[in-house]
Design a protein. Sequence first.
Length: 150
Amino acid sequence: MSKAASVKKSEKEFEPKVLVFACNWCSYAGADTAGVSRLEYSPNVRLLRVMCSGRVHPSFVLKAFVEGSDGVIVSGCHFGDCLYMFGNYKAQEQYGKLKSLVELIGLEPDRIALEWISAAEGPRFAKVINDFVETIRTLGPSPLVKRNGR
Ligand code: FES
């Protein structure tokens, strides 16, 4: 098989690895609601439950990319619903910095997303996940993953 054919084949087989930092009180419960409602969402995601979106330091997201993620979502409660009052505002502030950092290390900014999903929004959770996975599929494997040969 030629190298070009081999590369094409591997691009076709690309299955994105997406990490979702999900706030325990809203987004993680939203994932539960999606599951209980038997809504299908992409199996390309792994959920990491955190106590608040504001707890997700930008370094956690960068580490996820270094460890092989092709895309990362930080999700939390809608404004006004954060159990810790201002955690999601902090998350939004950190996200702005994170976008710049992600670009600085050579990744497309679309590889990260910040989403507000409540416990009742199972359909929204499934849609956000499916749309994001398709975005990452379009972008292809993370350049960091390719560089590290994972
Ligand atoms: S507790 Fe959910 S974002 Fe803060």
